[in-house]
Design a protein around this ligand. Structure first.
Ligand SMILES: NC(=O)C1=CN([C@@H]2O[C@H](COP(=O)(O)OP(=O)(O)OC[C@H]3O[C@@H](n4cnc5c(N)ncnc54)[C@H](OP(=O)(O)O)[C@@H]3O)[C@@H](O)[C@H]2O)C=CC1
Ligand SMILES: CC(=O)C(=O)O
Ligand SMILES: [Mg+2]
Length: 761
């Protein structure tokens, strides 16, 4: 993808479908007049009065305890400099998004229009009652130091300047690990720090706290080396001024062991790297572009341990690994500040975690086969789910031990579990899906590649290494659209209607004719039908010219299913095909079946659908817990419609005693573990979290999934085809680009699974 299209992609991402990246969502019921009278006047007066009596009650009755302000004046935005409060807003919203997805902390981003230190402090102090914590962001030095210092003294909630301490914590953890790999000790290494701003000063202070020696440190600002004999140094710069009579970065880098970049892009040259000592450690952390390009650095020195602040290279040393988890721990014990002990604890937790075996889901999320502690993995990855279970408890414990925790934690196991529960699993599931597909991308034929959304999805899966697309459709249109969306790839484009394709088309027609010549198909009609894209595409999969097929974007479901059944057919031992939808709900992913094919399944069909759905759930890495849904609970109705579901359950219990399935059950009982446990304790589902619902009819399943999708805005993957003899997957009419991408990943994984089964035979 060119620089220009990346730029456009970033702008469209921020602009569409709604401008910006975050919104406010109510957490209480507001459906009825009664709800509103509680949410607002008159009911709201009660908590107001309770808080007036005791201000600590604000944590009990409002969102304060989980609400952090991300505050900036836009004077040092990433490495973009002083671009002003409005221009800093995308970054602040971005921090809000990261707080939410990694630590379930809510954020109001606040951009303050002043560069005056007193005014800024006054503003923050005046709005502080709203928040449980204050995250200062992208405020330039030296003002940042005074602002943070005074706010810490004057407020009784945690205040942290992320660029100072978030960065210091992460980079210190990475540095300790890198030194271990390079077999060097912190007290002996010569360190060059480029930058003398908020981030650089605080990072260097923390390295000193871990043993780095002042005499081994050279710091540079925009004017060059900070020497003791320089005039007008700020007190922070003076702290790191050197006795050495050198002026330039080039001189400083000679024989240095460590380079810390918190300044500007592209100021380090290959020659400078070559002049460093053996096994140099280079953290080029300026954003968005580092002090030296990652690939250039790696090409220059074989023995380098290299990190940047970016997510597109190994070793992302970025404060995103810190602020969500540090604030989580601080908020959870209602710490009055974030002190040195808490920072040290976070460093140790992060450094330790990098040395532990990496869970498979992290490998999958990052398209890695085996991440292990080493040169390319010195610090955990942001999507590592262990971060939330490890770092906040370490921070919380340090807060308690150092006496700044107002609400100490008593039950640590319970606390850790509550932390894990905070992590939504929706995006995680999609990430895992894409990660798994990437481990062995397959050839996927897109039958409607001349449709812009399909082509865009093909571009994404191609560029992300999820699949190897084969594009079907009008060649001219595809080529034109590809150039429009900057899709440069050497991939097969086939127009089944074109005469260029005649040889392969004739070959496919022959295979098709052989298969159906006794069902009224002539060779001539077979040749004619192969001009139809879905038949052609299905034939590609049939003869092995493609591994999987994704189609259906522009046609109704039944019109596409028919040719697929004719050409591809059902898998052996399968007497029915069916579909399932994965809904990303607040309680995690839910599988709903059958959402698209079987209008009135009988008991045996329902049992089969439940079995097939279990297999799909496992494909997603989820152990199925299945409820067979009805309007009746365990025989409460004698109507044949309820009895049909009971019969299906009996079939499953007899044939698959290990399967965790039960019913018939009403949906609320199936989804409410407590109700189920209290009223039907004998059920196989009692005490478990149901994640799979098998509905008694197509009506019920389809209506439910569409209701959830529209009313609850639950994301959905599917309908996923089950029971076909080849990986054929059909899109919903007008599916979005994301839905097509997800479906492609499923098609790839489906092909991978079949390949594995084949290899076993
Ligand atoms: N990876 C990460 O997690 C993080 C990265 N950063 C990055 O660090 C950089 C600085 O951020 P921050 O400290 O908040 O900003 P500040 O504005 O506080 O500091 C910037 C510093 O860079 C110095 N500088 C500018 N040009 C050069 C140069 N050519 N050579 C050496 N030093 C130079 C400035 O010098 P002077 O004092 O003379 O003006 C100043 O000391 C940014 O690129 C930012 O993106 C920041 C935080 C986290
Ligand atoms: C990462 C970050 O906070 C910065 O670059 O400013
Ligand atoms: Mg920042």
């Amino acid at each position: 993808m060119s620089k220009q299209s990346k730029r456009i992609e970033a702008l469209v991402y921020h602009a569409k479908p709604t401008p910006g990246k975050i919104k406010v969502v109510p957490t209480k019921k507001y459906a009825s007049q009664r709800d509103l009278s509680l949410a607002y006047s008159p009911g709201v007066a009660e908590p107001c009065l309770e808080i007036e009596k005791d201000v600590n009650n604000v944590y009990k009755y409002t969102a304060k305890g989980n609400l952090v302000a991300v505050i900036s004046n836009g004077t040092a935005v990433l490495g973009l400099g002083n671009i002003g409060p409005e221009a800093s807003k995308p970054v602040m919203e971005g921090k809000g998004l990261l707080f939410k997805i990694f630590a379930d902390i809510d954020v109001f981003d606040i951009e303050v229009n002043t560069e005056n230190v007193d005014d800024f402090i006054e503003t923050v102090k005046n709005i502080a009652p709203t928040f449980g914590g204050i995250n200062l962001e992208d405020i330039k030095a030296p003002e940042a130091f005074e602002i943070e210092q005074r706010l810490k003294e004057e407020l009784d909630i945690p205040v942290m300047h992320d660029d100072q301490h978030g960065t210091a914590i992460i980079s210190a953890a990475a540095l300790l690990n890198a030194l271990e790999l390079a077999e060097k000790t912190i007290a002996d290494v010569k360190i060059v720090v480029s930058g003398a701003g908020a981030a650089a000063i605080s990072c260097t202070r923390l390295y000193k706290a871990f043993g780095a020696k002042s005499e081994n440190i050279v710091m540079l600002d925009s004017k060059g080396v900070i020497r003791k004999d320089r005039d007008n140094l700020t007190s922070q710069k003076a702290e790191f001024a050197t006795d050495r009579k050198i002026d330039t970065l080039e001189e400083a880098m000679k024989n240095a062991d460590v380079f810390i970049g918190l300044s500007m892009a592209d100021i380090v040259t290959p020659e400078m790297l070559k002049s460093m000592s053996a096994k140099p450690i280079v953290f080029a952390m300026a954003n968005p572009n580092p002090e030296i390009n990652y690939d250039l650095a790696i090409d220059t020195r074989e023995d380098i341990i290299m990190a940047t602040g970016r997510s597109d290279h190994p070793n992302q040393v970025n404060n995103v690994l810190g602020f969500p988890f540090i604030f989580r721990g601080a908020l959870d014990v209602r710490a009055t500040k974030i002190n040195e002990e808490m920072k040290m604890a976070a460093v140790k937790a992060l450094s330790r975690l990098a040395k532990e075996p990496v869970p498979e889901q992290v490998n999958l999320a990052y398209n890695e086969t085996r991440l292990t502690f080493g040169r390319d993995y010195i610090i955990p990855k942001p999507f590592d789910p262990r971060l939330i279970a490890e770092v906040p408890p370490a921070v919380a414990k340090a807060a308690m031990d150092s006496g700044v925790a107002k609400e100490p934690i008593e039950d640590w196991d319970r606390y850790k579990n509550s932390l894990l529960e905070r992590l939504g699993s929706d995006n995680k599931l999609v990430r895992q899906l894409l990660g798994r597909a990437r481990t062995n991308p397959k050839r996927v034929v897109f039958a409607e590649a001349d449709q812009l959304d399909v082509l865009k999805a093909a571009q994404i899966v191609y560029e992300e290494g999820v699949a190897k697309p084969i594009l079907l459709g009008r060649k001219e249109t595809i080529v034109e659209l590809m150039s429009e969306i900057d899709f440069e790839a050497d991939i097969e484009i086939i127009d089944p209607k074109s005469d260029d394709e005649t040889e392969r088309k004739n070959q496919y027609a022959k295979v098709y004719w052989e298969k159906r010549k006794r069902q009224g198909v002539t060779l001539y009609s077979a040749q004619k039908i192969m001009r139809e894209r879905n038949y052609y595409a299905a034939m590609m999969v049939n003869v092995g010219d493609a591994d999987a097929l994704v189609t259906g974007y522009s046609r109704s479901y039944p019109t596409v299913v028919k040719p697929m059944l004719e050409l591809i057919g059902m898998a052996d031992h399968v007497s029915r095909i069916a579909t399932t939808n994965v809904m990303m709900t607040q309680r995690g992913p839910m599988f709903l079946s059958d959402t698209a094919i079987n209008i009135e399944p009988d008991a045996k069909d329902l049992a089969r659908i439940a079995r097939m759905t279990s297999r799909v759930a496992r494909m997603f890495g989820i152990e199925p817990v299945t409820a067979m849904i009805s309007y009746s609970n365990f025989g409460s109705s004698e109507n044949p419609r309820a009895q049909k579901v009971q019969e299906a359950v009996a079939i499953l219990h007899k044939a698959y005693p290990d399967m965790i399935v039960d019913g018939e059950l009403q949906t609320d009982f199936a989804l409410n573990a407590k109700m189920l446990q209290d009223i039907f304790p004998f059920s196989k589902l009692a005490g478990r979290k149901v994640n799979t619902l098998i509905f008694p009819s197509l009506d019920a399943a389809n209506i439910t999934y569409k209701l959830l999708k529209e009313l609850n805005k639950s994301e959905s993957i599917g309908p996923i085809m089950m029971g076909m003899s080849k990986p054929v997957h059909i899109l919903q009419l007008g599916a979005s680009v994301d839905e097509i991408v997800n479906m492609t990943a499923i098609a790839v994984i489906d092909a991978q699974e079949r390949e594995k089964r084949q290899q076993k035979i």
